[in-house]
Design a binder for this molecule. Structure first.
Ligand code: ADP
Ligand code: ZN
Length: 531
């Protein structure tokens, strides 16, 4: 359906003013809305906070019928609907938190054409009752929010999303719009293919978040480093601290509280009431810190999150970008701060190896981790690396608002150090059946006669004590960087270090190994207004 010149967009703009009270569209919003109002399918990639909701809310208001929004964020539906109702939008939701009567009311409103927007959990679309209901009413648009959940390789995979391709088959005349903040080429293609959107127009917004300062520091004593970072740069600010395990979430929250910082834990092991209470305190109070696993944050719309800290390495750049993207939605200066160390690398590699999934799955997971490590170890602009990962161009001069731009890291020629590590690994690899990790390598290089060194006669090796020119911390840094560069690998459940195909060229002196110098002081403190 083509509208008369200017009709669709002027109606959209009028709705933006009248209902939402905003002056103008942002970025790609207008183009997306015009396209969907005219009946076209769309795939929309916009960073968190970019304004995805209006891209389907306005078409739902402008086109006749009800806009159906598929979202996995059941816990937020009530809030979303309340917020829309406060603006005078006739919105409702259907999910497992409702009883029969509540659902009946929503169904009746839908059938009577009294709903502008209907939010729905994906699992409801598997029910014949839902599909039957839909065929008896009028639908203006299908919006598929958090569309990356359809990706089997992603960290948010929801099997129910796979059945969403049926929407196009059953309602070929209803436009569909898929939205996500995850934007790698692979995810993008998977969304298009699995949701069966071959003719959709693609709208890709810039993924740069210029107000977020990216910093990655070597891990020494992560909780103390975090405390110093908070005290020096974010006293009294709201923020999120991500940890890998529930246990470390609990201990970190206790540690912060004991040190006078208002902090609450959030992870899937807490009961629903506690989780809801902590989430709502975070949204409503000023300056609360939530210490959480990645279970926390999807769909949270709090504009003044001033920092996101990672005490452990995320599994992928997609995850890192999404989590850090929760900072600074209001556009004001914010910090994405992370500690990262050798153990992160070894542990994550072990997890991939001993984890579930077939060989292809492991290869994908390993590739994700490698990209994340490359970001951690880069001597180049972090923002440039991030944007390049998402296929976008960055300022070749650097961004001026990340740690490597602000304090360019020194590099040194680590070729000889690398050879020492690799030669030690070669000698240990010859001891068939014996598995040694990074700790033993470092002890041997430093010439430490530990119990385990004596037990295996490692003080008799020719490499014993050849590494006394560097400290223990520096050796750990060398090993970490060799792992990140693919010159070393981790094998098996004990985290045994082994050579890779590329190691040979270093041992044969065919290539040099530039390494990043570790800053002397682990925490860099900088004023918040930097950049
Ligand atoms: P996303 O879903 O992409 O993370 P939202 O749709 O939640 O982002 O929008 C983020 C914030 O920006 C919200 O507070 C929203 O009200 C606001 N916003 C979106 N579009 C506009 C606009 N055109 N003008 C002003 N504010 C906007
Ligand atoms: Zn930079």
């Amino acid at each position: 359906v083509t509208e008369g010149p200017g009709t669709a967009d002027s109606e959209a703009l009028a709705t933006l003013h009248r209902v939402f009270g905003y002056d103008a569209f942002r970025g790609e919003q207008q183009a997306v809305i015009e396209h969907v109002v005219a009946g076209g399918d769309a795939v929309v990639l916009m960073p968190t906070g970019g304004g995805k909701s209006l891209c389907y809310q306005i078409p739902a208001l402008v086109r006749p019928g009800t806009g159906v929004v598929v979202s996995p964020l059941i816990a937020l539906m009530q809030d979303q609907v309340d917020a829309l109702r406060a603006l005078g939008v006739r919105a409702g939701f259907m999910n497992s938190t409702q009883d029969f009567d509540e659902r009946r009311v929503v169904e009746a409103e839908f059938l009577a054409g009294e709903l502008d927007l209907l939010y729905l959990a994906p699992e409801r679309l598997r029910l014949d009752a839902t599909l039957d209901l839909f065929s008896r009413g009028k639908i203006s648009v299908f919006a598929i929010d958090e569309a990356h959940c359809v990706s089997q390789w992603g960290h948010d995979f929801r099997p129910d999303y796979l059945s969403l391709s049926l929407l196009g088959e059953r309602w070929p005349d209803v436009p569909r719009i898929a939205l996500t903040a995850t934007a790698t080429h692979a995810t993008h293609q998977e969304i298009t293919q699995r949701l069966n959107l071959p003719t959709a127009r693609h709208f890709v917004a810039s993924f740069d978040r210029p107000n977020i300062q990216y910093r990655i520091v070597p891990k020494a004593d992560p909780r103390k480093q975090l405390l110093a970072f908070l005290r020096e740069e974010h006293a009294g600010d709201a923020g999120i601290v991500y940890c890998l395990s529930r246990n470390s979430v609990e201990r970190t929250a206790e540690f912060l509280t004991a040190n006078g910082i208002a902090a609450v834990p959030y992870h899937a092991g807490l009961d629903a009431a506690t989780r809801a209470a902590h989430q709502s305190r975070f949204l409503r109070e000023d300056g609360l810190v939530v210490v959480a696993t990645i279970a926390f944050g999807m769909g949270i719309d709090k504009p003044d999150v001033r920092f996101v800290a990672h005490l452990d390495l995320p599994k992928s750049i997609e995850g890192y970008y999404q989590e850090t993207g929760r900072a600074g939605r209001d556009g004001l200066p914010s910090t994405a701060w992370m500690t990262y160390g050798l153990n992160d690398v070894v542990q994550q590699r072990k997890l991939i190896q001993s984890g579930e999934g077939d060989e292809a799955f492991r290869r994908r997971a390993a590739a994700h981790l490698d990209a994340m490590l490359a970001l951690c170890e880069t001597a180049q602009c972090r923002r440039g690396q991030l944007l390049a990962y998402f296929g976008q161009d960055a300022d070749a001069e650097g961004c001026g608002n990340c740690d490597t731009c602000l304090t360019p890291p020194e590099t040194w020629d680590g070729t000889i150090a690398a050879q020492k590590v690799l030669s030690t690994v070669v000698r240990l690899q010859r001891e068939r059946g014996q598995k040694f990790g990074a700790l033993q390598i470092v002890d041997i290089l430093l010439g430490k006669r530990t119990g385990k060194v004596i037990q295996f006669d490692h003080d008799q090796l020719s490499v014993f004590g050849i590494g006394q020119d560097l400290t223990e911390g520096e050796w750990r840094g060398v090993i970490r960087q060799l792992l990140a560069q693919g010159l070393l690998a981790v094998e098996g459940e004990y985290g045994t270090l082994v050579l890779t195909e590329a190691s040979g060229s270093v041992l044969r002196r065919e290539r040099e190994v530039p390494l990043r110098k570790e800053p002397k002081k682990p925490t860099a403190s900088r004023s918040r207004s930097a950049g």
